[in-house]
Design a protein around this ligand. Structure first.
Ligand code: NDP
Length: 333
């Protein structure tokens, strides 16, 4: 039996933003379980982060079939913690999962077929011990499968009651426009689009499209996997993502060091940490419903939450940030 009782003031300070033209509001900060919630990680630490997040009003937890390692284990961890601590709060939570990347061997274990998506959703529900998720995403577009088939699988997931809403992730503006049209025709409008803003591509057309279509945007990796924080101020520590070197490399830390130092100065002048300013920066876009963070410890979630105290920017700050970020992008291209 859990002894956990959620904080009674959890809804007092969190900001909730409407997700497109829908009935759903999302917390300005959501928590993703891509890293640090796998079978290889400390369950008690995962559990503590989930509890603390919920106590702070973070009601949205984002998963995918392949999160771990090993793949699938983040859903198992989440299911275990949910049933231990959060089961009585299920109706206060938005839980999402996705399918698109490789999950099992053979031709039906990845991409965007109806066969894969619906089988994967069943597996995800089993791992989490849930009858339904709130959002089911196509994790990436599949160039080989007709978009109609992928979207009709999302529609089917919603009609079967195994998902309440459909979402798409990593679809470019043109693919998104087609996907949104098909979903609307099927009668299951797309709730949400998940993408990254640190690479500036989504600002080039995608956010406008989502605004017009009434689809909410949720921004993943708003801290650039930890680069836009003080995580690497003293170099690459053993327990960090860059030390594992799979998705973020020590070379990335080095390449971004001067840019990060310049951004930190602006953040500090605003009275914020770099992480807090980076979160405020993605949230400045009205089409963005939520910034989807990751964390490896409770203190990171607490620091990030304090970003909500200052979300506005002066025009000078924004152009200064652009100069730093865009100068470095020009240097790379
Ligand atoms: P972030 O950019 O928020 O990076 C999170 C990492 O930054 C943490 O794991 C931690 O690194 C570090 N960090 C966070 N806060 C602090 C802090 N205050 N001080 C110092 N370091 C900090 O996001 P993620 O890349 O983790 O992505 C977030 C979520 O987005 C994922 O869990 C997933 O749900 C979703 N996502 C979706 C994708 C898609 O294709 N749809 C792709 C990528 C992500 P460390 O672990 O080293 O301590």
């Amino acid at each position: 039996m859990s002894t956990y009782l959620a904080a009674s003031g959890r809804y007092e300070k969190m900001i909730y933003r409407r997700c497109g033209r829908s009935g759903i509001q999302l917390p300005a900060l959501s928590l993703g379980l891509w890293h640090n919630f796998g079978g290889v990680d400390s369950y008690e630490n995962c559990r503590a982060m989930l509890r603390r997040a919920f106590d702070l009003g973070i009601t949205h937890f984002d998963l995918a079939n392949n999160y771990g390692p090993p793949p699938g284990s983040a859903e198992e961890t989440f299911g275990r913690a949910l049933h231990a601590d959060l089961a009585t709060y299920r109706d206060e939570l938005i839980i999402s999962t996705k399918a698109g990347y490789q999950m099992w061997p053979g031709p039906y274990g990845e991409w965007g077929s109806r066969k894969y998506l619906l089988a994967s959703l069943d597996q995800s529900l089993k791992r989490m011990g849930l009858p339904y998720v709130d959002i089911f995403y196509s994790h990436r577009p599949d160039p080989q499968t007709p978009l109609e088939e992928t979207m009709s699988a999302l529609d089917q997931a919603v009609r079967s009651g195994k998902a309440l809403y459909a979402g798409i992730s990593n679809y470019d503006p043109e693919q998104s426009a087609r996907a949104l049209r098909i979903l609307r025709q099927l009668g299951t409008p797309c709730l949400i689009h998940q993408d990254s803003l640190f690479v500036r591509a989504p600002e080039q057309g995608l956010l406008d499209l989502l605004g017009v279509e009434g689809v909410g945007a949720i921004v993943f990796s708003p801290l650039a996997q930890g680069l836009l924080t003080d995580r690497y101020a003293a170099g690459v520590q053993n327990n960090s993502r860059a030390a594992r070197g799979v998705f973020l490399k020590a070379g990335d830390v080095e390449a971004r060091a001067s840019q990060v130092a310049a951004l930190k100065q602006i953040a500090n002048a605003r009275g914020q940490s770099l992480a807090q300013m980076a979160l405020a920066w993605v949230l400045r876009q009205p089409a963005v419903a939520s910034a989807l963070i990751g964390a490896s410890r409770v203190e990171q979630i607490e620091e990030n939450y304090k970003a909500l105290a200052k979300l506005s920017f002066s025009a000078d700050e924004l152009s200064h940030i652009d100069r730093i970020v865009l100068a470095s992008e020009t240097a790379r291209s």
